[in-house]
Design a protein around this ligand. Structure first.
Ligand code: BEZ
Length: 208
């Protein structure tokens, strides 16, 4: 069954390149990104895993753990990791789940049979400290993802979890934000003094 926004992220046990894990225990009450890629030893996937490895420090800064998955076995992941380092210059520095029996892939609906009945699509789940799903993304096998965009979403999610604000199109850390409609003008004056009302329903304020 599809995993949707606001759902509890299903828990699972799995073998990874960093040893066996229990997902919720591994997550340890923090933020996490769980993403699937179609197969080991494929070109787009190789570039993606190097890109995530290059951004590991950025995920760390945001208190966010990253974990990848494909339906390949552990020995295949182990052989592939040298290629990822050789091609991208970035060694694998986060765990990769081996899911040859598709247990986790099925749990998270990562196999879309009309796209491929043997490989996972490029799924992403961002999961909050409360283990609820905060973002889902699905990309086709032929399109590598923009992992900077995931960092941008995490910045937005972490900001909006703390303050009664939302973030506009293409927002980046440090730019103005939107006061959510549930906050009255009177409350907004107290919480965000001097906010600008572009329309009665569109009030902006510097990022808190
Ligand atoms: C790739 O990672 O390059 C890829 C994987 C599966 C299908 C097509 C491309």
């Amino acid at each position: 069954m599809a995993v949707r926004l606001g759902d509890n992220a299903p828990d699972f046990d799995a073998d990874t390149t960093e040893g066996p894990i229990s997902f919720h225990k591994w997550k340890d009450g923090g933020w996490a990104v769980l993403f699937s890629h179609p197969r080991d030893f494929t070109p787009v996937c190789t570039t993606e895993l190097g890109a995530v490895a290059a951004l590991k420090a950025e995920f760390d800064k945001r208190g966010t753990k990253v974990i990848g998955l494909s339906v390949d076995p552990l020995d295949s992941h182990a052989r592939w990791r040298d290629d990822i380092r050789d091609v991208t210059g970035h060694a694998l520095n986060f765990p990769l789940i081996a899911d040859p029996d598709r247990r986790v892939a099925d749990l998270y609906d990562m196999i879309h049979p009309n796209a491929s009945d043997t490989a996972t699509v490029r799924s992403v789940f961002i999961i909050g400290p409360d283990n609820k799903v905060k973002l889902t993304l699905t990309y086709p096998a032929s399109t590598g993802r923009n992992f900077q965009e995931l960092l941008r979403v995490i910045d937005s999610l972490q900001l909006t979890a703390k303050h009664a604000v939302a973030t506009p199109a293409d927002w980046k850390q440090g730019e103005d934000v939107i006061i959510v409609p549930a906050v009255s003008d009177e409350q907004a004056q107290q919480r965000f003094p001097g906010f600008t009302a572009k329309k009665p329903y569109l009030r902006v304020t510097p990022q808190p």
